[in-house]
Every structure is written in structure tokens, then in C-alpha cells.
Design a protein around this ligand. Structure first.
Ligand code: IMP
Length: 177
């Protein structure tokens, strides 16, 4: 791991307010659902899913899927592998896919195709962070917490080489060597 410092970018209170606003919109969108399956993409979305799900009032089930496209580097590879699949089928279910960051879009696009093939009733996506300037696959999540510039960020579940996931705020990584 290169020597680095983290500069705060989005504070805890700002995140909490935005998560509550997103939950209100998602609640309204799925107001008539019998069951909403919230699928968190591991590992980066675990904190976001926990906070978002607790603000939802529609009936919710929670599952996780791990699809990897990143090693310990800061650049995306194009390959997406499913490392941990869902526990339950989603056919006929309303599904909300929750992602930490949409960067090139390869991960989200591959996971959406995989989920769509399983026949959900409605399938929507919510990303905490979006870096639209980095996009290589044309897709826009239905809900985005914050649009950010092309910087490498950590915290609130998001890591650099598995570090900083437990930071309560989101910060940018600045290398000092
Ligand atoms: P994509 O396939 O390029 O859109 O990559 C999305 C995934 O890459 C995210 O779910 C993150 O796990 C990871 N990622 C993208 N940008 C960052 C970042 O700035 N910090 C940490 N992980 C990132």
C-alpha cells in the first residue's frame, strides 16, 4: 500500500441527510410493493445498505452479492466475476440493487444483466457515489447520492487496499510518496 493521507470530502451529517432523502424517494417509488429485495454489492455497499434500509418503510428483504472487478489497485479491470451469489431467487420480485460507486459502469452493467436474466418484476439501482466522467458503459443509476469528480475515495464502506471502510465520512486519497 502506498503512503497516503485521506482528506474529508463528504461529512457524516451530509451523508445521513442524503441517505434519508434517497430512502424517501425509493419508498415513494415502491409504495405499492409487496416486498422489495434490497441487494447490496459487497463489500463496498455494506454501510450504505445498512443505513438506507433502516430508513425505508416498505417491506424489505436484504441480500448481498459480491462481484469483483478490483484487486488492490486503483484502476478498474474489465472483468467482472461473481464471488458470492444471492441466497434466494428474485423472480417476480421488486429489486433495488445498491452499489457504493459507479465508476466505469462495468460492474453495475454486468450485475444488472445477471439480475435481469432472473426475471425480477421491477429492477432499479441506487448508487451512493457516481463518477460520470469515468463512464465507459452508458448507464445511469435511477438514484445517486452524490456526483463526484474523478478522485479515488474511501470511507463509509469504501476501501483503498481493504483499508478505511470503517471511516464514517467519505474522503479522497492523496498519495504522499
Ligand atoms: P466500475 O465497474 O468501474 O464502475 O467500478 C465500480 C467499483 O469499483 C465500485 O463498486 C468500487 O468497489 C470500485 N471503485 C470505483 N471507484 C472507487 C474509488 O474511488 N475508491 C474505491 N473503490 C472504487
Amino acid at each position: 500500500m502506498r503512503r497516503h493521507v485521506v482528506d474529508e470530502m463528504i461529512g457524516e451529517e451530509t451523508i445521513a441527510a442524503r441517505v434519508a432523502a434517497l430512502a424517501a424517494e425509493i419508498d415513494a417509488h415502491f409504495a405499492d410493493t409487496e416486498k422489495l429485495v434490497v441487494i447490496g454489492l459487497l463489500r463496498g455497499a455494506f454501510v450504505f445498505v445498512a443505513d438506507l434500509a433502516r430508513k425505508l418503510t416498505v417491506p424489505v428483504e436484504i441480500d448481498f452479492l459480491e462481484a469483483s472487478s478490483y484487486g488492490n489497485a486503483t484502476e478498474s479491470s474489465r472483468e467482472v466475476r461473481v464471488l458470492k451469489d444471492l441466497r434466494a431467487g428474485i423472480e417476480g420480485c421488486d429489486v433495488l440493487l445498491v452499489e457504493d460507486i459507479v465508476d466505469t459502469g462495468h460492474t453495475l452493467s454486468a450485475v444488472l444483466a445477471l439480475l435481469r436474466a432472473r426475471g425480477p418484476a421491477r429492477l432499479e439501482t441506487c448508487a451512493l457515489l457516481d463518477k460520470p466522467s469515468r463512464r465507459e458503459v452508458a448507464l445511469t443509476p435511477r438514484w445517486v447520492g452524490f456526483e463526484i469528480p474523478d478522485a479515488f475515495v474511501v470511507g463509509y464502506g469504501i476501501d483503498y487496499a481493504q483499508r478505511h471502510r470503517n471511516r464514517p465520512a467519505i474522503g479522497t486519497v492523496r498519495f504522499i510518496d
